[in-house]
Design a protein around this ligand. Structure first.
Ligand code: SAM
Ligand code: SF4
Length: 329
């Protein structure tokens, strides 16, 4: 077992690092149309500061890093950070979550810099609906980005889909069928009520609906040991995963991650407000042992589970100030 063991016996070996709160899209469930108040540039961790955190984390046994945002590919010179992190001793897997709009251009350079693989977020395969959901994007760019990532050897490409009732739920079977046609690893993520207004569809309901296409056979994870449970339709090239923060307690029992925000706050849980500041110690040139101590402290404070299920205080309104674009989804 690698990683740091938390108070509930979970092995924490995975850091999600949000490199920016900026994004070129405005997805309806993630950002308001005019965007969100931005963190000043001076408050955002430099690549050297991110590397210092990664080194301390790796020293403690963290061996997987995912870069996210905001949209990570809007940050200048991202391949430089990827190169720095991929050369960090102890980091075995370095991946990226992206909306895919800039992947076509950057996939070869990302691979060359040492990126292992990508997750691409895509909630519809209808061009008009894509414009409606993202408010600013073009579907074609993302589809070309997925191809480019595959051609560059960023395997396996996973496709993250958020199904929303009355918005894109009629495409559930179309996404499932894509796993037959292409080697798509589709993961349905339950919508978390950060931004109100749109309704989530429980994974169990999606699973039952997809069952109309054939028996879903349970599969081992495509890579790593993340929060998804995987299945395959008979004869399909790709897989179908479900990530169920709202309806399945295993989402928390299997949680292996910590999150670092663009301004250096280490968050033990996506859905809890607690965080530990690493920016100040970094800017005070604190030694690596101090960063390690703070990381261990944050892991020790990781809650057993979040309180979204059945907690009347956890409404969309109360979560609205904790947007995914800022925490790093
Ligand atoms: N911009 C990149 C992207 O869209 O992939 C990376 C950041 S985005 C915040 C990371 C993931 O969080 C995306 O897959 C997105 O669909 C998901 N996400 C954002 N808001 C969410 C919400 N309220 N509930 C569930 N997933 C959400
Ligand atoms: Fe941007 Fe990703 Fe949020 Fe969409 S989900 S607005 S692409 S950060």
């Amino acid at each position: 077992m690698t990683g740091i063991v938390d108070s509930f016996g979970r092995s924490i070996n995975y850091f999600r690092i949000s490199v920016t709160d900026r994004c070129n899209l405005r997805c309806i469930y993630c950002m308001p149309p005019g965007g969100v108040p931005l963190i000043p540039h001076s408050e955002i961790l430099s690549y050297e500061e991110i590397r210092a955190v990664a080194r301390a984390a790796a020293e403690l046994g963290i061996n997987r890093i995912r870069l996210t945002g905001g949209e990570p590919l809007v940050r200048a010179e991202l391949p430089r950070l990827i190169e720095m992190l991929s050369q960090t001793e102890g980091i075995e897997e370095l991946s990226l979550t992206t909306n895919g709009t800039f992947l076509k251009k950057s996939a070869p350079e990302l691979k060359q810099a040492g990126l292992t693989r990508v997750n691409v977020s895509l909630d519809t395969i209808k061009p008009d609906r894509f414009r409606d959901i993202t408010r600013l994007g073009e579907l074609k760019d993302v589809l070309e980005g997925i191809e480019a990532a595959r051609d560059a050897g960023l395997h396996p490409v996973k496709i993250n889909v958020v199904i929303m009732r009355g918005v894109n739920d009629e495409e559930t079977l179309d996404f499932a069928r894509m796993t037959h046609k292409e080697e798509w690893h589709v993961r349905f993520i339950e919508l978390m009520p950060f931004n109100g207004g749109v309704e989530s569809v429980p994974s169990a309901e999606l699973r039952q609906h997809i069952g109309s296409l054939g028996k879903l056979e349970p599969r081992a994870p495509v890579t790593g040991n993340g929060p998804a449970t995987y299945y395959r339709l008979p004869g399909a090239k790709g897989t179908i995963g479900f990530i169920s923060p709202l309806t399945e307690p295993s989402f928390c029992f299997r949680c292996n991650r910590m999150r670092l925000s663009p301004d250096g706050k280490l968050r033990p849980c996506l859905l809890a407000a607690d965080e530990i500041d690493l920016k100040m110690p970094l800017r005070n040139n604190s030694p690596m042992v101090e960063l390690e101590r703070l990381i261990l402290k944050a892991v020790a404070s990781k809650p057993e589970h979040h309180h979204l299920r059945g907690d009347p205080d956890c409404t969309g309104a109360s979560l609205a100030n904790r947007r995914m674009s800022r925490i790093g989804g």
